[in-house]
Write a protein that binds this ligand. Structure first.
Ligand code: GLU
Length: 384
């Protein structure tokens, strides 16, 4: 029932294709020797054409650049240096696009490449620019194919995995559904690769809330070919859910999976709370900006933020971690280290170290003209 309801109400879908879904690992190669499988790319071009014909807008987020580049350079070592990986991405990305272009051409569909970096998404103007470009493409029935701009992005500021990127893109384009095509069936109640006699791991069909237990269940990835594992998928779903977008994690190696999804069959794991759309700008603060530091707050401030919807004041600050400037995004945690929310700061970290725990009149005296009552104003604050 839930799946049918979702399908009835969607117009725009983001589909993330993982490297392992379009790899030629079926030809008996080890994960690191895999290259791009033209057959799988063609298969998905055909499937996406069917979805487009049903009237849906489709945006693709495709991995596979590094994998394709590795194969072309014959680099199957596990320990590639960063410049080597970036070289692979540069070579592989054009090959990946060429392959998509050829496959979609057969179906009379044009495609467009968009390479995004964290900087693009973290800057409001560039974020909106990307959004407008994608809108203009969709209006013309062109399929945007998005990847991270791996060859020029410095490791420390990378988005890092395309699960996260696809969640950001789903929010960016106001999609009503994110489909993550992976090489596993979905999220299981425990690691299905560990065999326990007489106890089968069960696939979770619906997750209404990503809590600590779900995050723990997702564990970390050990797949050599891909960056993300179930963990990054669950975190991506948490993001989209907080923006009111349902996310499906399904097995993309099942050729029928998209057909099954669009005929409301119960495949994969659906992450969907059924509610909770937060405003666009707040989503950007909470999920797109990279936090530059952490503020530890006391129990009183925690209560004011969580239960009373107040701004964060200097009096409730216990500790400041990291160095940051005015206007940066920071994480707010309680004294146990549990994340409460995120927001944009009105003070740099040096000033905060001075004024933490202080009351307004004393701060006014110390700071003078550039004084702000709030460390983070509630309009710039997202509480989870
Ligand atoms: N952007 C990387 C690539 O195209 C993939 C990252 C990922 O697998 O999540 O190779």
């Amino acid at each position: 029932m839930i799946r049918q309801d979702i399908l009835k109400n969607i117009k725009r879908v983001v589909i993330k294709i993982g490297s392992s879904v379009i790899s030629n690992k079926d030809k008996g190669r080890s994960a690191l020797e895999c290259g791009l499988s033209k057959d799988w790319v063609r298969h998905y071009a055909r499937q996406i054409k069917l979805i487009q014909d049903k009237g849906y807008d489709v945006v693709l987020v495709s991995s596979g650049a590094i994998m394709a580049g590795r194969e072309r350079l014959g680099l199957s070592r596990a320990d590639l240096s960063i410049p080597e990986k970036q070289a692979c991405a540069a070579i592989g990305q054009s090959f990946l696009m060429h392959t998509y272009e050829k496959a979609f051409e057969k179906k009379d569909i044009k495609v467009a490449q968009i390479l995004l970096s964290h900087d693009d998404l973290g800057n409001r103007r560039r974020y909106l620019n990307a959004k407008h470009t994608i809108e203009a493409l969709l209006e013309r029935n062109v399929i945007p194919i998005i990847n991270e701009n791996d060859s020029v992005t410095v490791e420390e500021i990378k988005i890092g995995d395309n699960d996260t990127l696809s969640a950001t893109v789903a929010c960016l384009v106001d999609a009503q559904l994110l489909i993550i095509l992976s090489d596993v069936e979905g999220l299981f109640n425990r690691d299905p690769s560990i065999k326990i006699k007489g106890e089968k791991a069960e696939l979770l069909s619906h997750v209404a809330r990503v809590n600590d237990e779900i995050e723990r269940t997702a564990g970390k990835s050990n797949n050599k070919l891909t960056v993300g594992g179930m963990y990054t998928k669950v975190i991506a779903a948490k993001k989209t859910m907080s923006f009111g977008i349902p996310t499906l994690v399904v097995n993309g190696l099942d050729e029928k999976v998209l057909e099954n999804i669009f005929s409301a069959k119960d495949v994969g794991t659906l992450f969907w709370s059924g509610k909770g759309k937060i405003r666009d700008r707040k989503h950007w603060i909470a999920h797109t900006l990279k936090p530059a530091g952490t503020l530890v707050v006391d129990a009183g401030a925690r209560k004011a933020l969580v239960e009373r919807g107040k701004s964060l004041l200097p009096a409730g600050l216990v500790k400041i971690k990291g160095e940051f400037e005015f206007g940066k995004a920071v994480i707010i945690v309680d004294e146990e280290g549990k994340e409460i929310g995120r927001g944009l700061v009105n003070y740099n970290s040096r000033d905060l170290l001075q004024i933490k725990g202080m009351k307004t009149p004393a701060i006014k005296k110390l700071i003078g003209k550039s004084f702000y009552e709030e460390v983070i104003h509630r309009d710039d604050l997202v509480i989870f």
